[in-house]
Design a protein around this ligand. Structure first.
Ligand SMILES: Cc1cc2nc3c(=O)[nH]c(=O)nc-3n(C[C@H](O)[C@H](O)[C@H](O)COP(=O)(O)OP(=O)(O)OC[C@H]3O[C@@H](n4cnc5c(N)ncnc54)[C@H](O)[C@@H]3O)c2cc1C
Length: 444
């Protein structure tokens, strides 16, 4: 009993410390939450029905508690003050200052929401990561949230779960605090969808691995201090011979070949990296040598759920801004919105977004109870990839020529969100996984 009280106390203190660090939130959690609840009630009894039934309009939520909402509210302030005012500038520059922004987020606790308290995290369950990701969807581009997601839920889950204490101290602690930027090195020029066929090899020589090969499409790759690298570490059968390795990016033999130009996600830097006899200590292997493929597949589950959560809010925002624009823009003597084909289509899209949100929250609720949600996560990722394209295309259409300019959110969303059907496993990869679970995939 005493032990569990101590644990709760430590946890509360850690949370409180984190939020104290965030100057923007000087009220304790419970007070900000109750203000929040009061505001929600007064909104709900106002005469006009709300346009949206999203997470912000109810406190009686299936997976989010007052703590989730308080976390979202604090993050919303950082986004409003430290990120959104600069997004246009970063998009033009083709990069955002990852170290500066990550330090702000790290100080406020947002880079280690699910990570162990003893390594500087908040020790919360994955539903909090989903809540944070939904809130990050309020950033007015896809590139910055994607870069944050790499740091929190794509390159670090395996390290937090399976890494040695020494490795966590060296790599996880500074990543959670925002002192180090990390990236994930899985995809290669010749291996994206087929992860098992990667060619980068790490050959053991004494206490070191000597790494040769290269990685492609590495998000944060230009700015990263370390990479969570997937490499072949023996000649065994595919899947069994791979390891995840914490690789400092300043080692001799690491070459950033180029920064890749893209149709979207401009503020996120994407690198092609080469390794030429790079020597790294064998103790930098995460968990058990040879288990890298399995660890990466586990890591992908959180990456995919995180990605779905992130586009939900972005879709809400694009639909809402389209409603506002089409309400004031008149054609044939009436607002664009008053044409039935327009308001019906927007209603249909909003319905699809809510369906996807329900699937995500159900998958999250099952995941935090310890269930394997691979099938649901794959379904949600597939649906998200398809839906962002529908939302982007339909909404952009209703903006007319304005939608074709680079000045409005909808056109940026249209470009950025196209990645959703390709990155972190293409739609077809998701379909293959779902078919495996349905036992409909022909066996080779
Ligand atoms: C902006 C950006 C950022 C990225 N960030 C990272 C990162 O940080 N780290 C990292 O490791 N990777 C990253 N990636 C890589 C990304 O995960 C891969 O692009 C993705 O996995 C697809 O691999 P590929 O590009 O090699 O396409 P390929 O594997 O060549 O596939 C091409 C197409 O084939 C189709 N296809 C795939 N499988 C099947 C199938 N079974 N049946 C029929 N058709 C199929 C799909 O339509 C797919 O798009 C990033 C990519 C981009 C564009």
């Amino acid at each position: 009993m005493r032990k569990s009280t101590d644990k709760i106390l430590t946890f509360t203190m850690a949370l409180w410390k984190r939020f104290r660090l965030l100057n923007l939130t000087c009220r304790p959690f419970y007070r900000s939450s109750s203000v929040c609840i009061r505001r929600k009630i007064s909104e709900n009894i106002s005469s006009k029905p709300k346009a949206s039934t999203d997470a912000k309009s109810t406190t009686d939520h299936l997976i989010y508690t007052d703590t989730h909402f308080a976390l979202k509210e604090s993050l919303n302030k950082i986004i409003g003050q430290e990120i959104n005012p600069y997004v246009d500038e970063w998009e033009k520059a083709g990069q955002f200052p990852a170290h500066k922004i990550f330090k702000i987020l790290g100080n406020a606790g947002f880079l280690g929401v699910t990570k162990p308290i003893e390594y500087g995290g908040l020790g919360l369950d994955f539903s909090y990561s989903v809540a944070v990701s939904e809130e990050l969807g309020n950033i007015r581009c896809g590139g910055v949230p994607m870069a944050i997601g790499v740091q929190t839920d794509m390159a670090t889950p395996a390290l937090a779960r399976f890494g040695s204490p020494e490795l966590k101290e060296a790599f996880l602690v500074p990543t959670i605090s925002g002192d180090k930027v990390c990236c994930l090195g899985v995809s290669e020029v010749g291996a994206g969808s087929d992860v098992a066929s990667i060619m980068t090899e790490a050959v053991r020589k004494g206490d070191e691995f000597v790494i040769n090969g290269g990685k492609m499409w590495t998000t944060n790759g230009i700015q990263a201090d370390w990479m969570c690298l997937l490499a072949n570490t023996s000649d065994g059968p595919p899947h069994k011979n791979k390891s995840l390795i914490c690789l400092p990016m300043n080692l001799p033999g690491i070459h950033i070949a180029r920064k890749i130009n893209k149709i979207g996600m401009w503020s996120s830097d994407t690198a092609e990296v080469f390794f030429d006899d790079v020597r790294v200590p064998c103790k930098n292997v995460i968990g058990q040598e040879g288990m890298g493929f399995t660890y990466q597949m586990l890591q992908f589950q959180e990456e995919r759920l995180w990605g779905v959560a992130n586009v939900l809010t972005a879709m809400d925002n694009v639909i809402q801004e389209t409603i506002q624009y089409t309400r004031q823009r008149k054609i044939f003597k009436q607002p664009v919105l008053h044409h039935q084909s327009v308001h019906f289509r927007l209603a249909e899209l909003a319905t699809e977004v809510e369906l996807l949100r329900s699937l995500l929250h159900r998958a999250t609720a099952l995941y935090i109870k310890g269930n394997d949600v691979t099938k649901l996560a794959s379904m949600a990722k597939l649906k998200a990839g398809r839906l962002v394209r529908e939302v982007g295309d339909s909404c952009l259409q209703y903006w007319g020529g304005m939608g074709f300019t680079s000045e409005v959110l909808v056109s940026r969303f249209y470009r950025d969100s196209r990645l959703m059907s390709i990155g972190a496993g293409a739609d077809e990869v998701m379909l293959s996984i779902i078919c495996k679970y349905m036992d409909t995939l022909p066996r080779k």
